[in-house]
Design a protein. Structure first.
Lengths: 197, 197
């Protein structure tokens, strides 16, 4: 919510512009209309010898929980180039050959989480500044309740299901606020999990 | 580009925040950081008796050119619910059963255009306020150079190719600035095309 116009510093009004059907931030002086839209979070699923590249978060939110490398898409990036950059930043891993795998609408927070299957280019990885650990984890070693976000849980579930049946395809779905409970994600991190990492 | 802080009206600085790697808008007084990210445009491909629901734009940009029903995704919507809303607004058509069909990164304008195949629910359509015409057009009647945007051209091309070979799958690609020339889109609308509509 804006209070002042970023262009002329006059007071912002919150009302429906003519010809529109929902309230926007509008400058009371210069009339400029400011729009807010959902943001895209982009990430990767990278497999090596059957295990998946995961990171334990060193930053809030969900510090200490496990995630796939992912972050906000930036201006100037394609979805996959953003996902590859996040993989480089969070796990120091170089990937290419992205294939869209999951697109998860999370309407109550105004985000779309988009994951690409990708191939590790060089045999190197290490935690970046936003990760405590980054390593490859086998399916049977994943501590599901210690995952950072519902979208990570759903994406990994789809991934292992697809791998078992022998082919991958894109998965599109919407997650609601109650998915945190439905999927049983813990409130607190337990540092001893994923000890094999 | 912001000049004034929307929260406190002080001057905005454009610099790289600590721990970040690209310039952001930062308030010189309160320190708030403002992020700008790509926006999603969502739309539908709706088929009826082999023809595709299209609209001639009544508004700029590209007024007078032909498009699939599409527009900016709003906060609180899933990708497909936004696409269905745009189809209602621009063509007064009710659709459901969305299947992701195309996701086109257009990095030089900071947009992702996402199209869903969808099913017409009731046998009614009519132009909304942003359309001069809305109607179903057969493949052989499409005036390709009169399409509104490169992403429409690419999405329709993929659609007819997939239809010919007998199955549909999602298409992910990036369009560059030169796609306008490469795809041969006209600079001016020619009102007499699509006369069968």
């Amino acid at each position: 919510m804006r209070t002042y116009c970023p262009t002329c510093a006059a007071q912002i009004e919150h009302r429906v512009p003519s010809g529109d059907d929902r309230p926007r931030d509008i400058c009371s002086a210069c009339g400029e209309i400011f729009y807010d839209n959902p943001r895209n979070v982009v990430g990767t699923i990278v497999e090596r010898n059957g295990a998946i590249l995961m990171c334990r978060r060193a930053i809030d939110p969900r510090r200490g929980f496990w995630t796939l490398p992912a972050g906000f898409l930036e201006l100037g990036e394609s979805g996959f180039s953003g996902a590859a950059r996040e993989t480089r930043e969070e796990a120091n891993a170089e990937v290419d050959q992205g294939e869209l795998f999951a697109m998860i609408d999370i309407t109550h927070i105004g985000q779309i989480h988009i994951f690409y299957r990708a191939t590790l280019v060089s045999d190197y990885w290490a935690p970046g500044p936003e990760s405590e650990i980054s390593c490859f984890i086998d399916e049977q070693d994943i501590a599901w309740s210690q995952l950072a976000f519902p979208s990570i849980h759903r994406t990994l579930t789809h991934y292992f299901n697809d791998r078992r049946r022998g082919y991958f395809e894109p998965h599109i779905e919407t997650l609601e606020r109650d998915s945190w409970q439905t999927l049983g994600l813990d409130r607190d991190p337990t540092p001893n999990r994923h000890a094999r990492c």
